[in-house]
Write a protein that binds this ligand. Sequence first.
Ligand SMILES: C[S@@+](CC[C@H](N)C(=O)[O-])C[C@H]1O[C@@H](n2cnc3c(N)ncnc32)[C@H](O)[C@@H]1O
Length: 210
Amino acid sequence: MSDEQYFTATPATPSDPISFKVALPDGTMHLTTDRGVFSHGALDMGTRVLILKTPALDETRVGEGANLLDLGCGVGPLAITLARRAPLATVWAIDVNGRALHLTRDNARANRVSNIHTCTPEQMDPSLRFEAIWSNPPIHVGKAAMHEMLLQWLPRLTPTGQAVLVVQKHLGSDSLLTWLNGAGFPTERLSSAKGYRLLRTHPRADMIDQ
Ligand SMILES: C[S@@+](CC[C@H](N)C(=O)[O-])C[C@H]1O[C@@H](n2cnc3c(N)ncnc32)[C@H](O)[C@@H]1O
């Protein structure tokens, strides 16, 4: 990647698409990536860990009418996996990077899933609540900005909802786990693989009681 960061709204970096396919438990995934977007030319290892290690979704909760969120979708591998595992649910794939949103739309089509909607965070309907939030969060925006992003979206879990986050151990997964618990979101480490930690976060007590 150039010196431009992948979380730029409209990357100025010239386009250089790379398409590839990757074998995953849910089937082969066809992805087109580009410069100026996270993980150009490959499926990120953290993303792969999340896809491989996250427990199955509770089928009774991800049927018609359920909403699932891919927070910071990049080119969409998590959204596509959610869409495949919960074909009746609506998957919201959001990102601040316009090129990423465009690629997620194209990749959803290439993988023949039709239940993904893409938009910027600002375009999301504020009344929606999510049964699952999956994220390989943008650590490089800095701790304060990432915490702010999580505090914006985690309160939008349903009372039975769960968030799964994948974070590289050396990029602060353990301090994120401590911070999430301190912020009132019960969080545990689900697994650890290839230098990544998978964290599972539950709603705050006040979100369950309301
Ligand atoms: C580490 S990448 C993960 C991309 C993709 N989910 C994957 O696994 O390949 C994080 C993504 O978060 C996006 N992002 C950064 N700030 C954001 C924000 N405030 N709200 C939503 N997405 C954001 C970045 O543009 C980037 O695409």
